[in-house]
Design a protein. Structure first.
Length: 275
């Protein structure tokens, strides 16, 4: 794989010279994207020792090269017709994935066994872990990394991060529940076991605040085993006082507590929010 990475980096260095007629380059890039498609490689992951996000830039470069090297084509799927540079994923049954009518995933994304996709969309470079539900009208953007046993509720928008190649994508860790109509974008991260209340907007410019202390915990990163909801805080400007968005961590859960739905509902009800 290291040799393939070197080949991709060399091709990317002269991307401006390449086009759909470069068949040898396309063959190399296709090999890299197939690694993403079958789950053998991934664009990004969390280093367990440093708890930092590691981005494999060469795989992002492969995706960018792919768009340069493939021409437009007509794609037919049942009664539907598309015009795109990339095919859709196929053969879900052998992958152990349930995809209902109206859902689609682009070739170069990975859906692990047990994934369920309601009418939704998963873009190239994204990875969706085992047992995860991508609910109705949810979108998983390019290169987003979704963990195992996650629930992306209806209308959730997980933003894509493709350029620049070194930028970290959105990371949703294992056992997370993202409430309806949340927008998680620009490389934001939600830690394992957390619950994010419906309508929450999270990106690296959004402060995450501890409700008990009022202290800012981070920007764009909900810590593990937390219940977090959309909120706002007052700020003074020359033109007056205005309220800017923030994310409020209402409670820290013990490991596994998210799965006690009755207790979780009590926490949310006490604070007048829902998922």
């Amino acid at each position: 794989m290291s040799d393939l990475a070197t080949d991709i980096e060399n091709l990317y260095a002269r991307i401006g010279e390449l086009g759909p007629d470069d068949r040898d380059a396309l063959e190399v890039v296709t090999r890299a994207v197939e690694l993403l498609d079958n789950g053998e490689a991934r664009v990004a992951e969390v280093d367990p020792d440093s708890d930092s996000v590691v981005v494999h830039q060469w795989l992002k470069q492969a995706i960018l090269l792919l768009f340069r090297l493939r021409g437009m084509e007509t794609i037919e799927a049942g009664p539907f017709e598309y015009a795109d540079k990339l095919p859709l994923k196929r053969d879900y049954a052998s992958a152990g994935v349930r995809v209902v009518p109206g859902a689609s995933a682009r070739w170069g994304s990975y859906l692990a066994p047990g994934v369920i996709c309601m009418p939704s969309y998963v873009n190239i470079g994204a990875r969706v872990g085992a047992g995860t539900m991508v609910d109705t009208w949810a979108t998983v953007g390019s290169c987003a990394q979704i963990g195992e046993q996650v629930h992306l509720s209806g209308g959730v928008g997980i933003g894509g991060v493709l350029e620049p190649a070194q930028a970290a994508p959105v990371i949703i860790e294992d056992e997370v529940m993202i409430g309806s109509r949340c927008m998680i974008t620009q490389g934001a991260r939600v830690g394992r076991g957390s619950v994010v209340g419906e309508g929450t907007i999270l990106n690296p410019s959004i402060p995450v605040i501890d409700a008990e202390t009022g202290e800012e915990i981070s920007r764009g990163h909900v810590p593990p085993w937390s219940v977090a909801v959309q909120a706002s805080r007052k700020r003074e400007f020359p033109g007056g006082e205005f309220y800017l968005p923030c994310v409020l961590v209402l409670k820290r859960l013990t490991e596994g507590q998210r799965h006690d739905k009755a207790q979780l509902n009590d926490i949310l009800r006490e604070n007048g929010v829902s998922t």
